[in-house]
Ligand binder design. Structure first.
Ligand SMILES: Cc1cc2nc3c(=O)[nH]c(=O)nc-3n(C[C@H](O)[C@H](O)[C@H](O)COP(=O)(O)OP(=O)(O)OC[C@H]3O[C@@H](n4cnc5c(N)ncnc54)[C@H](O)[C@@H]3O)c2cc1C
Length: 395
């Protein structure tokens, strides 16, 4: 017999758990079940490239909820339970281990998985970072005066570089763009971030990509770059972005295009189906742009809206956030708000103890970057939400 659930949530990380809790907060009394493919209770992914890689961390410190917390909220979490297919006509989810579960409402919260480098499958000496198990393996690998090559100078690559350098590894970052994060933030800010890495002894190889990775005879790794340079090391960490985890939806008929396609209320293309977090693509009314945001704050804020819209289908709320992300590197806090692009007019408005750059498009503020400037970034997030005119902004 197919078991029935009022709300079935697939994915038991921050977006899935916050949706379940939001349902209870909004007075939803029905049966709420979360399916999670991994073995763990929910944990905090941002900590994986920060606290978990530092010496002396405890796994407990990254757990988001205990079993008792979930029980208290009457949320059933099934761990080690992978969704393998979706039948929209029947309103059921097929499980990898066999069996199906029926839903009245389905929430897709399956997040994203690391983009793989074709030449570098995960294995001895080659690391990707998404799960607690990945982070614990990597922590072992950077313990001691080892050589680490980080492929990709984005958020995760940069945080791993910082964590490895703090543990006395000798670190090289290979980045195809002119500077770290310049693909998102442009060269002016990217150059500033390059200085941050180099001030801590991390070597940057910029404007180069990796053409091959292989084991050497001494048990280490050889990373071959597109100009023929070879970098020897004991550990390679690949951080080249993530792809939405939608493979299990193939053939279901649900609209999927670089994420689950939703409307502004986070409703997917079939009745009763929602998406939330890294996996969801929706038209953000505030920016008149369809977006998919792979950041923690988005998962939390979107979960609140999805929960409300399930609990109050007659009064749905649009989801119109100002995207926000933070990153911790070398003891500095980086923050980005809004939708900056490298092609924007980038204006540095503070360059003192902290650094702030505004991103201006068609004479309007569209985003901002801050380095050790949390109060200014908060003010700018508010200004973006209120669509404050550029000349009305004071920091
Ligand atoms: C190392 C690291 C550091 C980060 N640091 C920051 C940071 O500093 N700041 C920031 O804003 N963001 C950061 N992020 C991003 C942030 O963690 C994500 O945006 C957030 O975790 C998204 O939550 P989610 O619940 O949507 O997806 P996920 O956290 O990816 O969770 C999805 C869950 O679904 C499960 N799942 C997938 N497929 C299935 C299936 N078929 N069946 C059942 N379960 C399934 C997965 O096992 C996973 O637990 C970081 C991410 C990583 C990996």
């Amino acid at each position: 017999m197919t078991e029935s659930n009022d709300v079935l949530i697939v994915g038991g990380s921050i977006a899935g758990v916050r949706t379940a809790e939001g349902l209870r907060r909004h007075g939803f009394d029905g049966r709420v079940t979360i399916l999670e493919a991994g073995p763990d209770l929910p944990y905090d992914r941002p900590a994986l490239s920060k606290q978990v890689l530092a010496a002396g961390h405890s796994t407990e410190s990254v757990m988001l909820r205990t079993q008792a917390d979930l029980d208290k909220a009457r949320i059933e979490l099934r761990r080690g339970c992978r969704a393998a297919g979706l039948d929209l006509d029947a309103g059921t989810v097929r499980l990898a281990g066999g069996g199906t579960l029926a839903y009245s409402n389905l929430v897709i919260a399956t997040g994203a998985a690391p983009r793989r480098l074709a030449t570098a499958p995960a294995g001895a000496g080659v690391h990707y970072l998404r799960t607690l198990a990945d982070a614990e393996r990597l922590r072992e690998a950077i313990d001691g005066p080892v050589r680490v090559v980080v492929v990709g100078g984005g958020f995760i690559g940069s945080e791993v570089a910082a964590a490895a350098a703090a543990r006395s590894a000798s670190v090289t970052v290979v980045e195809p763009y002119a500077f770290p994060l310049s693909r998102v933030l442009g060269d002016l800010v990217g150059k500033r971030l390059a200085r941050l890495h180099e001030s801590q002894g991390v070597q940057l190889v910029l404007g180069r990509s990796v053409s091959a990775i292989g084991a050497d005879r001494a048990g280490g790794q050889r990373v071959v770059l597109d100009d023929g340079t070879t970098l020897g090391c004991e550990a390679v960490v690949v951080g080249i972005g993530a792809v939405p985890a939608t493979d299990w939806l193939a053939g279901s008929g649900l609209d999927v295009a670089d994420g689950v396609v939703c409307d502004e209320f986070c409703r997917a293309s079939a009745p009763g189906v929602f998406a939330v977090g890294d996996v969801a693509r929706w038209p953000n009314p505030l920016f008149a742009e369809a977006m998919r945001v792979e950041h923690w704050t988005n998962a939390v804020e979107q979960a609140g809206v999805v929960a409300w819209n399930i609990a109050h289908p007659d009064r749905p709320r649009p989801y119109a956030p100002v995207p926000y992300v933070w990153s911790d590197q070398y003891g500095s806090r980086l923050q980005i708000v809004g939708r900056p692009r490298p092609s924007d007019d980038v204006r540095v408005v503070l360059d003192d103890d902290g650094f702030v750059a505004l991103y201006v498009r068609d004479h309007e503020l569209v985003g901002a970057f801050g380095l050790n400037a949390p109060s200014q970034v908060l003010a700018l997030r508010r200004a973006l939400a209120a669509r404050t005119r550029l000349d009305g902004i004071t920091l």
